[in-house]
Design a protein around this ligand. Structure first.
Ligand code: LLP
Length: 451
């Protein structure tokens, strides 16, 4: 990783920021050497709330939701963006998603329960999962969710029976594996042929199953879904998936006489975790997907379906940061320097799991250049426990507050209490105010379920 020449830059709106471009939350700035987000001093916040601490820039979060809504509505009026709540789940983010006019993707009973708890309208909720349990299906259908996204024929039988028992007709989509190889980490590719998700197109299996779904009682097939993977930079992967899906829908129209209402292209837009990464914008993603659908539908003479997308990461990742306190420094000559912080793989497993890269700064030295290359390691009993591997940082001292950027997605939701580490609190900041929206886990919480 290259060291930036200077870490500070003046923005058009007068803010001074670090030269971290798209990695920073929208309102990040440097004032008097301290990092501020939402006009809140991150150093003071860390001292008040304790560390590790997840902090979200509410303006950034709302702005991205608005960008999705506007970009898709402009490029393709009959479209909706569903927030994929697996990326970051708590009640407040769901309230905000609702206020911002989003639909919602839930992938299990817990996410559904959270949506119900905040009164998220069920007619805007889509339910995913490759092995939804009987109980989860019953909860979802009973709650009146908009769509169940069917993953298998076994699930079709379950949905049909449960809907019958509840006396309703459930609208469903079929999840198809379009065989498109997205350019991303092996573990988060999902659209290729060898996948546990959805109906495979191999041997025309998915196509043959359409008849079964159409013939099932208490179930109405209204469209198709796919999700080719996550953290995708190459927009052409989405366009390719659209072509496959629309061609499939046209064959279904020709042979089964069913014209789909919904085409759900899943999530997956990549974001910048490091200064070197240049992801596509939400607008480019919207234009590319919308154009691909319109072109393919024209080619196959198919009426334009409603277009759905399910962004998770690209809504929340860059809005969130994690604050930690430095407790230990250790230099191994000619090997590396470790800076140990008071969190780690329990609040961010992504580095250990996917070799994820992050940018970090010392919040109380935010005006100083990052002159050292260090490994920001955690406090857990594993050698692989690191949040940043060989990243740039200012020279660290004890009790410095380190801010790791881009941790808003798949960190809190994949957190654990490994080594008995209580999960961090979550604070939303906006216009100089900080509010705790999820309190820190306590030792009592850790033991609360033990009998
Ligand atoms: N829709 C479906 C059906 C999905 O499975 C996912 C993510 C999304 C939408 C949202 O995708 P996004 O826009 O966030 O890329 N834990 C991994 C990511 C796993 C993604 C799982 N599915 C990570 O930390 O990178």
């Amino acid at each position: 990783m290259s060291l930036p020449k200077s870490d500070l830059t003046k923005q058009a709106d007068g803010r001074t920021t670090m030269e971290l471009g798209a990695v920073l939350p929208k309102t990040a700035e440097v004032r008097g050497g301290h990092l501020f987000i939402g006009s809140v001093d991150m150093v003071q916040l860390a001292r008040e709330q304790g560390t590790a601490l997840y902090v979200f820039d509410e303006a950034d979060l709302r702005d991205r939701m608005e960008q999705y809504r506007e970009a898709f509505h402009e490029c393709y009026p009959n479209s909706e963006a569903l927030y994929a709540s697996k990326a970051f789940l708590n009640k407040e983010v769901l309230r905000i998603a609702h206020e911002e006019g989003m639909f919602l993707d839930v992938s299990g009973g817990g996410e559904l329960a959270c949506a119900r708890a905040v009164g998220f309208p069920m007619e805007r909720v889509f339910v995913h999962g490759n092995n939804k349990t009987e109980a989860e299906l019953r909860e979802a259908i009973g709650a009146g969710v908009a769509r169940i996204v069917l993953d298998t024929r076994l699930e079709l039988a379950r949905v049909s029976r449960i809907a019958g028992e509840l006396g309703v007709t459930q609208k469903v989509l079929m999840r198809i594996t379009p065989g498109v190889e997205a350019d991303t980490h092996e573990y988060i590719k999902t659209g290729c042929e060898d996948s546990k998700f959805g109906f495979t197109m191999l041997e025309d299996f998915a196509f043959k199953c359409v008849g079964d779904v159409m013939g099932a009682s208490n179930v109405e097939l209204v469209g198709f879904h796919c999700h080719i993977g996550s953290q995708i930079f190459a927009l052409h992967s989405f366009a390719e998936a659209v072509q496959v899906m629309v061609e499939f829908a046209a064959r279904v129209r020709d042979e089964y006489g069913l014209v789909i209402e919904d085409l759900d292209m899943g999530g997956g837009l990549g974001i910048a975790y490091t200064v070197d990464e240049q992801p596509s914008s939400i607008r480019d993603f919207a234009e590319c997907t919308a154009n691909a659908v319109m072109e393919a539908c024209t080619e196959h003479n198919l009426p334009l379906p409603r277009l759905l997308v399910e962004p998770g990461r690209s809504l929340v990742a860059n809005a969130g940061v994690t604050l930690y306190k430095v407790g230990v420094m250790k230099t191994l000559p000619n090997i590396r320097k470790y800076v140990a912080i008071d969190g780690g793989m329990s609040d961010n497993i992504r580095t250990a799991l996917y070799d994820a890269a992050y940018e970090a700064t010392i919040a109380n030295k935010a005006d100083q250049p990052r002159t050292e290359i260090v490994t920001l390691c955690g406090k857990h009993c594993e050698s692989g426990d690191a949040v940043v591997l060989d990243g740039s940082l200012q020279r660290a001292d004890l009790d410095d507050i380190v801010c790791v950027f881009g941790t808003g997605a798949y960190c809190y939701t994949m957190s654990s209490s490994y080594n008995g580490q209580p999960r961090p609190a979550i604070v939303f900041v906006r216009d100089g105010e900080a509010r705790v929206v999820t309190r820190r886990e306590t030792y009592d919480d850790l033991m609360a379920r033990d009998v």
